[in-house]
Ligand binder design. Structure first.
Ligand SMILES: [Zn+2]
Length: 318
């Protein structure tokens, strides 16, 4: 029987409890390494869901995992992403404090567990889950990471998006047109950004890590080129006052996305020539190509090295 390493739910969750600067991600493009002991199961009882107002009727919820966007109003509640399953009750309580209307839709910006972990609970409540086609495709079957061999198990049927689309979808609710736009593969191959047209707010999903080095899921079609391209697609559509809800990190704006894009370009400019010249992974990591940027991006050496390893492994795949 073929041996395969199953990433337990506890481990998967625990990985997301590591500060993002030290994030070990189930979908990281990493060469197989010596197995390390599983971290202890996380204690979600200590997690507090915090609510920050972004605009009238629009809020950002933070707890553990990806930032949640909330639209409340006369037509009900739309959630953009839903963090981890054990947090669903706390998320519902935070929403209840904003609106007594029902949660009608959950939109998944992409397939990662720290953004879709509540799907099963919300799906059981009858909430309609919506996502780009590739998100459902990946969530429907076990995902094997091409680099690590780790397996992310398929979600239960009730947790899967019931409404999917290839390119764009618009929610006409709460007095706004809330437009989800699929960008070409960036962080994954199913990324969407979600624009509140009237309110001038955009949820960037994991196409923006504000002030942090990103996770890039090369195994699921992501790449640093795609991350840069996504920023280049979105930036001309933003005004100086547009508010950005990032996948991770604090609320941002156009300048934050520009800084992120420029950082990615700088790092690519340093790492890519080394890969092309045939340097080994260890030689490139030892050269510390991100050293001048690490303090600006809140990264210690371990986190920076992890980011470089992902890039090198991913670039080599091509
Ligand atoms: Zn992600």
């Amino acid at each position: 029987m073929a041996r395969r390493q199953t990433l337990s739910t506890a481990l998967l969750i625990a990985l997301f409890l590591v500060p993002l600067t030290q994030l070990s991600h189930p979908s990281l493009a990493q060469a197989p390494t010596t197995p390390t002991p599983s971290p202890a199961a996380p204690d979600f009882s200590t997690v507090e869901i915090k609510t920050e107002k972004v605009a009238d009727g629009i809020y950002m919820l933070t707890g553990r995992g990806g930032n949640i966007g909330v639209s409340v109003g006369e037509d009900g509640v739309l959630l953009i992403d839903d963090q981890f399953g054990p947090l669903s009750d706390k998320i519902k309580a935070a929403v209840k404090a904003l609106s007594d209307k029902p949660i009608r839709f959950v939109f998944n910006t992409h397939w990662h567990g720290d953004h879709v972990g509540g799907n099963e609970n919300f799906g059981k409540d009858g909430v309609v889950i919506v996502a780009q086609d590739n998100v459902r495709r990946r969530l429907s079957v076990d995902q094997v990471n091409k680099f690590s061999g780790n397996i992310t198990p398929a979600l239960a049927h009730v947790a899967l998006p019931v409404l999917t689309f290839p390119d764009t979808a618009t929610f006409h609710m709460n007095g706004d047109s809330i437009v989800a736009v699929h960008v070409p593969p960036a962080h994954t191959d199913g990324d969407c950004i979600v624009r509140f047209t009237k309110a001038n707010v955009v949820h960037m999903g994991d196409c923006l890590f504000n002030g942090r080095y990103p996770v890039i899921d090369y195994s699921a079609g992501g790449s640093i080129d795609g991350m840069i391209r996504a920023a280049d697609i979105v930036l001309p559509t933003l005004g100086p006052d547009t508010k950005l809800i990032p996948g991770h990190g604090p609320l941002g704006d156009r300048a934050a996305l520009e800084r992120f894009r420029d950082m990615l370009k700088t790092v690519r400019g340093k790492v890519q020539p080394m890969v092309k010249s045939g340097k080994s992974l260890e030689q490139i990591v030892a050269a510390r190509p991100t050293a001048a940027l690490d303090s600006l991006w809140n990264a210690d050496t371990t986190a920076a090295n992890r980011f470089v390893r992902v890039l090198v492994s991913g670039m080599r795949k091509k």
